[in-house]
Structures are given as C-alpha cells and as structure tokens.
Design a protein around this ligand. Structure first.
Ligand SMILES: Cc1ncc(COP(=O)(O)O)c(C=O)c1O
Length: 450
C-alpha cells in the first residue's frame, strides 16, 4: 500500500492518576530531532565519545554583519504587526523576486521560524495533508496537533509520486476525508536530494486536478551544492495555489534566532489565506521578535558579504556530506549522492543479513539505537521520517561535525579542504572505525577529502 493515514501517537499512560491532574490524550511526542540532541548532550556530559549526526542544525557562526544588525535593533521592543515589519516583508519579497518569483510584500508573512508558519498554514487551510514518505519529522506531527491526518504518499527527494498522490486523494475522499494540501520539500530533508523538475510539475498538475494547495518548504533552497543547478519551485508552475516557506535557519545558520517567512499565493487565495494565517499567528506568537526582524531584513536583502557566506557554507556542506556518504558507501550501504544541505540518507538493506547475524537487528530503530548506545553515533532512523517499519534507512546530519567551538566552525567554513582539518578528519576516521566494527567488513582509512 502506498499510503496510510498516520495514527496519533499513543495516549499518555499517566493520563489519570487518582488525586492528581487529569491530562487529555497527547497527540504528539517530543520531536525526534530534539530528543536525539538531548541524548547526545547527556553522553557528552558523561565524557563518552560522540558523533553528533542526529540534529539538523547548520552548525556555523552568525555572520558579523547580522550580529551588528541584531545588536543595533535592540530598541525594537514593540510587538509590531503580526505579519512582520514592512521592511522585512519588502526584503523577503525582493529575495523571492531575485529567484524569479515576483512577490507582493502584502502577501508575505513572517513568523518565529518557518516551522511555526507551517503549523499556522496547516491549521489555516484545514483538512488533511499529503506528505511524502519519507519527509521531515514535523509535517505529520503538526497535522496531528492541528487535528488533521497526514497521509503518507511514497515519493522521492521531498516530492510525492504524482500517480500515488492522485490515488491517495481519491481514496481519502471516498473514505470521507478531504486532503486539502500537499507538502513538498525542495530540496529535501531527510534525503539531501532535490526532486527533478518533472516530478514537481507532475505534482502541480495533480494539485490542479484535485484542487490541492501546495505548501513548498524551500528552507534549503540556497544550499543546493551545485549553485548553478536549475531549481523549479511549484510557485512558478502553480502560482495561484502555492505557498512557499523559507527562513534563516539553514542558509545563514540562524536557527536559534527563529525567523521564517511565508509567500502566499497569487489570486483570490492569497489574501484569504494570509488573513487566516495572521489569525493563527495573532493567537499564538503575536509577531516575530522585533530585533530579529530587523537583522532578517538585512539578510533577505542579500548584501555581497552574506551571499559570499552562503556560497562558502554550500561548499562546506557539499564536501563534508560527500565525505560522510563515501564512508557509508564503503561500508556497504547504498547511499544516494547528496545534492543539497547537510544530510546523508544511507540504506543498510544490502547489509541486512550481516546486521541480523551479527547483531540480531532487522529494523532502522534498532540500528540507530545500537549506533548510539554502543558507539555514541547519533543518527535518526528513517521511521522518524515516516519510512515503513523494518526499512534500514538512517538519516545522518553532517553539519555538527564542523567543530565544537566557533573558531573551529569558522576554520571549517574557510577551508578549501575541510575534511583534512584534524577535528573533522578524526570524526570521519571514527565513522570508518564504527562502520567497520558494525559490519565486520573492511575498515581502515583512505583519502580524507572524499
Ligand atoms: C525541512 C525543514 N523545514 C523546516 C524546518 C524548520 O525551520 P525553522 O528553523 O525555520 O523553523 C526544518 C528544520 O529542521 C526543516 O528541516
């Protein structure tokens, strides 16, 4: 079966204790990425070795220009408009304009991270949501929080297969459920890949036929390793039904600053959905942090210094992701070549027999748990991204290998061959050792800059 309706996570067993507060059913568990991060920190505190590849944080310092802009804006103490300051919305509109998407600043909504905006959109649109199997952990969880179901549809590189999407929508409707939106991730987390234009086009035409809103999460758009590669946004193909979200967390490594922006569709839907999204925002976050908005306006204006910073980070992400992918491939996993961001998505099914015989392991959860418990290697199982139980896929985020201090991370950014820096080389060597021990195959180190 290509698609299923995601069940809500199990109800808390502590729901009713006599003489205590009574809690209702919990619709979601703690985000898998955040939970993995906490586990890593606990191991570090115990002095145990770690390879932190669980958390998808960009792992680079804030650019000095942005630090200054933030400090200068400390006086922005008012809540300000829910949609964000005009200066920020105009800068975001110009950012999209430079990418071939002319944008009306009145149809830009800023929020405290694109994650919050995605939740706001799912709530504002209402109805069920189609998501790709596999896809980023939070889409299905957010749909559940908003009281809707996520329908997983098999796909690749962040885009569902168009034929299966059409069947999923029809099957859901026949069962009395309305799928009203489909989320695509361009480029994709967890696969680190970018879907081909034909796949994007096919999904847009299904969206058109079945009247779906396309939510295009383009948070990694500026981190396609080949900066010259063509990029097709659904907003260029289906402007009247596409919302685009992006932010500063990945390209400029400002995750903790919490700033995202949404570009609402053209036509009648734009103002309607903007109003609904603002209604959600007004009741949850009020407005993004004032000083951060001012710094974000500088970021979205893309002065040359920041464009250069993004180009350097793209180069670093490409080199380290490629080197990590090579280690997994040498150990016998099947690994799609990373194309964007800082993710590697190895599939251990070619090693299924070895893992079963040596460790009694037959699923990705057990594999990820073993890697963490025995070796301190933190990766996420593919099941966290909606993969079928029993698959042997893992997601490795490579950006926390850049260093533990700001000085190390800056050196990684500037290095033409970052994999030869001692701390990154040591992590790559450790990964080789762990994989050799895990599989009993090969081992030893080879060229570090792979
Ligand atoms: C695919 C995807 N979308 C959205 C986000 C959230 O980004 P933000 O920091 O803007 O909330 C992430 C962060 O991990 C992500 O991987």
């Amino acid at each position: 079966m290509a698609l299923t309706i995601a069940p809500f996570p199990a109800t808390s067993s502590a729901a009713a204790r006599p003489g205590r507060f009574c809690l209702g059913a919990s619709r979601v568990a703690v985000s898998a990425t955040l939970a993995a991060n906490e586990t890593m920190d606990a191991r570090r505190r115990r002095g145990e070795p770690v390879l932190p590849m669980g958390f998808g944080e960009a792992g680079l310092p804030a650019h000095p220009l942005l630090r200054e802009a933030l400090a200068d804006a400390a006086g922005y103490t008012s809540y300000g408009p829910v949609a964000g300051h005009a200066r920020l919305r105009e800068a975001a509109a110009s950012y999209w304009g430079r990418r071939g998407l002319p944008t009306d600043p009145d149809l830009v909504v800023a929020g405290p991270g694109s994650k919050a905006l995605l939740f706001g959109l799912v709530s504002a649109i209402g109805g069920d949501v189609a998501v790709t199997r596999p896809s980023w952990v939070s889409y299905a969880a957010q749909a559940a929080l908003a009281g809707h179901a996520a329908h997983f549809v098999s796909g690749d590189a962040g885009v569902p297969d168009a034929g299966q999407l059409a069947r999923a929508v029809s099957a859901a409707r026949a069962a009395g459920r309305q799928i009203r939106s489909v989320i695509v991730t361009l480029p994709d987390n967890p696969t680190g890949r970018t879907a081909p234009a034909a796949a994007v086009r096919a999904v847009c035409s299904v969206a058109d036929r079945h009247d779906l809103i396309v939510i295009s999460d383009e948070i990694y758009r500026d981190l396609v390793h080949d900066g010259e590669a063509a990029f097709v946004s659904p907003a260029a193909l289906a402007p009247e039904r596409t919302v685009v979200t992006t932010g500063l967390s990945k390209n400029l490594a400002l995750g903790g600053w919490r700033l995202g922006v949404a570009r609402l569709p053209d036509g009648w839907l734009g103002p309607e959905l903007t109003g609904r999204l603002l209604a959600v925002g007004s009741e949850i976050w009020s407005a993004p942090a004032g000083p951060v908005q001012q710094a974000a306006a500088v970021a979205f204006a893309e002065p040359p210094a920041l464009a250069e910073r993004v180009a350097l980070s793209r180069r670093l992400h490409a080199r380290v992701a490629r080197a990590v992918a090579l280690r997994f491939a040498r150990a016998g996993a099947s690994v799609p070549a990373p194309q964007a961001a800082f993710y590697v998505y190895p599939d251990f099914s070619p090693l299924a027999d070895v893992l079963l015989k040596r460790h009694g392991i037959s699923g990705d959860d057990a594999l990820a748990a073993l890697l963490l418990a025995r070796y301190g290697v933190c990766v996420l199982p593919g099941s966290a991204f909606g993969e079928q139980v029993g698959r042997l896929r893992l997601r490795a985020a490579t950006s926390l290998l850049y260093g533990e201090t700001e000085a190390q991370r800056s050196a990684a950014l500037d290095a033409a061959d970052p994999c030869s820096l001692p701390w990154i080389a040591a992590s790559l060597d450790r990964l080789d050792e762990v994989l050799a021990d895990l599989t009993g195959i090969g081992g030893g180190t080879t060229a570090r800059s792979g």
